[in-house]
Design a protein around this ligand. Structure first.
Ligand code: AP5
Length: 215
């Protein structure tokens, strides 16, 4: 098993980059946020537990998301290659991931952090629209759909994520700085960190810089 991690603040472009890297790197994209939103939508026990935290822009408990990710990795088999987007997000999650991956004879290839200034993050989240069915992501100005408010991929309606309102975005950024940013030093100490400029150029340019950083 090989695991590549995308780290970055809310709106840094993790999901957008991941959608461009899946075929280039031949990896399975695992978004912890998408898994949790799906659980909330389906009304599972995990979804019910996660919902309040997500609405407030707080992290869900480590044990809850850790279980979901560990089960998914265990089911993938020894040859699977994963691109994790949004996990780990705390040092406890990083330690748990390391245990699970090493325990299955796998390795962590790298943790790539996307660097983007806060003003750009806020603008990206304010203008983000997502497909209500397939979760494809757009931006009203940077990456508009061909037809306003309609998903190019599946034709369903685009909506704003409930946690993209200004108050929750402020909280999500504060939570990132406090709980997730320490992971940058954690992976640097393990010589597994790659830093990539996440704002300049197009989303394709960002994906290209990630590929280059991994060589
Ligand atoms: P999650 O869904 O992971 O949200 P996030 O980390 O806040 O990240 P986002 O999805 O907001 O941003 P992104 O970096 O993917 O940016 P995107 O590509 O969409 O988590 C949501 C919640 O779930 C958390 O708050 C927490 O409650 C819970 N959760 C999830 N994982 C957890 C964990 N491990 N532990 C505990 N709780 C967890 O891009 C943003 C916008 O910018 C888009 O509009 C896009 O079109 C645009 N854009 C992207 N790239 C570019 C570019 N290069 N140029 C121009 N525009 C761009």
């Amino acid at each position: 098993m090989e695991v590549l991690i995308l780290l970055g603040a809310p709106g840094a472009g993790k999901g957008t980059a991941a959608s461009r890297l899946v075929s280039r790197l031949n990896v399975r994209h695992v978004s912890s946020g998408d898994l949790l939103r799906q659980a909330v939508k389906q009304g599972t026990a995990a979804g019910k537990e996660a919902e309040g935290y997500m609405k407030r822009g707080e992290l869900v408990p480590d044990a809850l998301i850790g279980r979901i990710i560990a089960d998914l990795l265990a089911a993938g088999g020894a040859d699977a290659k994963y691109l994790l987007d949004g996990f780990p997000r705390t040092v406890a999650q990083a330690e748990m991931l390391e245990r699970v991956v090493l325990g299955q004879g796998g390795h962590i290839r790298a943790a790539v952090v996307l660097d983007v200034d806060e003003a750009i993050l806020i603008d990206r989240l304010a203008g983000r629209r997502v497909c209500s069915k397939c979760a494809a992501g757009y931006h009203v100005r940077n990456m508009p759909p061909k037809v306003a408010d309609v998903c190019d991929a599946c034709g369903s309606a685009l909506v704003q994520r409930p946690d993209d309102n200004p108050e929750t975005v402020r909280n999500r950024l504060a939570v990132f700085n406090k709980q997730t940013a320490p992971l940058i030093a954690w992976y640097r100490e393990r010589q597994a960190l790659a830093r990539v400029e996440g704002a300049a150029g197009t989303a394709d340019d960002v994906a290209e810089r990630i590929v280059q950083a991994l060589q």
